[in-house]
Design a protein around this ligand. Structure first.
Ligand code: NDP
Ligand code: 5RP
Length: 474
């Protein structure tokens, strides 16, 4: 008997995923382009399970039971294509390749189609949880042909995080559905982190708290509705002291946020689908602005702002409420985007399934996900989370604090693009009639783009440069 599954690509994620698989009793073949990673894995962890090390792809493929099940865990982009190209001549019809990296969903759609021509099944599986999650239980979002998922399901569900006895792994849909959903998960992760960063900024510059004090605030918040992995680790990062300077580590980390691309892809896809995901997009832009350190340093000496000040009253609690309300909006937008993509590509992604498998293992895991799951249990067709009774009441209860926080941020010159845009989205969403009528009027004047009316059917144009008469443009 050979190995039930193979993992090629043994950097942090692949190595820990292979160990997780082996620890669950599945014999696993392991391979990496450079031999050193394979050797290191066997040397340090070979006793954790039934590993078969392979030092060439030929050896790797030969070690696998049929149909062969191969997880690729390499850098996203061209490396995935390179590995597939090398594997292809060694595989037989019915074999299954699972790409567990952060691949772009359009690449996954292409790979599913290309490999189907060779009768090879391709599963694009988003995996979240970072290094620790990969080892102890990630959240797994597999997409692709259903018949390709079924043979790998026992391994994937066994190694996934478990919440209330339910694995944080479920089939998402055909084609690129799994990688789309992972991308959107990361987009939500960007929004969540940006909101947390804005809360930290406000507590520093409007409430005058130090990093260790803010760490304690986040610890308290983690005991309420905001309880989540990101809030928990925010407290840890803020409480950490730098060995060299004795200062809070966060005060000596360079304030330039990097990004590998999944947040940007989410925003790009949202623009193409026409879904207003303002919180995620603002988070991507905020990282871009943060990266312009030299320009910001120059501007800080030239551009005036309001004098520094201190917010009064129960500001810390107000920031907590504003954070929660903004977070509801960010998740509502992310789920709306996934629904739009699912409709566009015919994937039939179930939002309730996502809320279930994101409750554990992944970076955005949170108590809050149970609330989202409940909302979709109540109404699987819910078009926007804000329309669910629980979330409607939660946001309504927080809105005075939310408005106060955004007002204070503006008055003191503390930038809160995600808090503010989430509030603007909320206010825009709850308006039956907005100012877009004027935009339509302007478009009609300068470009004869036409408009529709509120009082009768049809398409109209006003003869702006003639006698101002309205004519039918049907
Ligand atoms: N790190 C994280 O927290 C998370 C990462 N991911 C995703 O998982 C995937 C793996 O991530 P991670 O473990 O961080 O590793 P990296 O993204 O850093 O990729 C390194 C791995 O890719 C291999 N590789 C690179 N180019 C090639 C190539 N042309 N041919 C064959 N192998 C190649 C490397 O082999 P070699 O050793 O020979 O250089 C190494 O095994 C990525 O898609 C990443 O985005 C997903 C969730 C979380
Ligand atoms: O997929 C992940 C977690 O779910 C990765 O940690 C992701 O790469 C983080 O993205 P970025 O580096 O752009 O912040």
């Amino acid at each position: 008997m050979g190995s039930q599954i193979g993992v090629t690509g043994l950097a942090v994620m692949g190595q820990n995923l292979a160990r997780n698989i082996a620890r669950h009793g599945f014999p696993v073949a392991v391979h990496n382009r450079s031999e050193s990673r394979t050797k290191q894995l066997i040397e340090h962890h070979g006793d954790e399970g039934d590993f078969t090390p392979a030092y060439s792809l030929e050896e790797f493929v030969a070690a696998l039971d049929r149909p062969r099940r191969i997880i690729i865990m390499v850098k996203a982009g061209a490396p995935v294509d390179a590995v597939i190209k090398d594997l292809l001549p060694l595989l037989d019809a019915g074999d299954i390749i699972i790409d567990g990296g952060n691949s772009h969903y359009e690449d996954t759609r292409r790979r599913v189609a290309e490999l189907a021509e060779h009768d090879i099944h391709f599963v694009g599986a988003g995996i979240s949880g970072g290094e620790e999650g990969a080892l102890h239980g990630p959240s797994i979002m597999p997409g692709g042909p259903r018949e390709a998922y079924d043979p790998v399901e026992p391994v994937l569900t066994a190694i996934a995080a478990q919440v209330d006895g339910t694995p944080c792994c479920a089939y998402i849909g055909p084609d690129g559905a799994g990688h789309y959903v992972k991308m959107a998960h990361n987009g939500i992760e960007y929004a969540d982190m940006q909101l947390i960063a804005e809360a930290y900024d406000l507590l520093t510059h409007a409430a005058g708290l130090s990093a260790p004090e803010i760490a304690r605030v986040f610890e308290q918040w983690n005991e309420g509705d905001l309880e989540s992995f990101l809030i928990e680790i925010t407290a840890k990062v803020l409480a950490h002291t730098d060995d060299t300077t004795g200062e809070p580590l966060v005060d000596v980390i360079l304030d330039e946020a990097e990004q590998k691309g999944t947040g940007r892809w989410t925003a790009q896809s949202a623009l193409e689908l026409g879904v207003p995901v303002t919180a995620i997009t603002e988070a991507v832009f905020a990282r871009a602005l943060s990266a312009r350190k030299d320009e910001r340093t120059k501007a800080s000496k030239i551009l005036p702002g309001p004098p520094a000040g201190q917010a009064g009253g129960d500001f810390v609690d107000a920031v907590r409420d504003a954070l929660y309300a903004s977070k509801v909006v960010a998740y509502a937008q992310g789920f709306e985007q996934i629904r739009a993509a699912s409709n566009e590509y015919g994937w039939d992604v179930q939002p309730g399934t996502l809320a279930t498998i994101w409750r554990g293992g992944c970076i955005i895991r949170a108590r809050f996900l149970n609330r989202i799951k409940d909302a979709y249990d109540r109404d699987p067709e819910l078009s926007n989370l804000l329309l669910d009774d629980y979330f409607r009441d939660a946001v309504a209860g927080a809105q005075d604090a939310w408005r106060k926080v955004v007002r204070t941020a503006i008055e003191l010159g503390v930038p809160t693009p995600a808090f503010s845009s989430a509030l603007a989205y909320y206010d825009g969403f709850r308006r039956e009639r907005g100012p877009a009528s004027l935009i339509q009027g302007l478009r009609d004047l300068f470009g004869a783009h036409t408009y529709r009316r509120t009082d009768r059917e049809g398409v109209f144009h006003t003869l702006w440069s003639e006698d101002g008469r309205e004519v039918s443009a049907d």
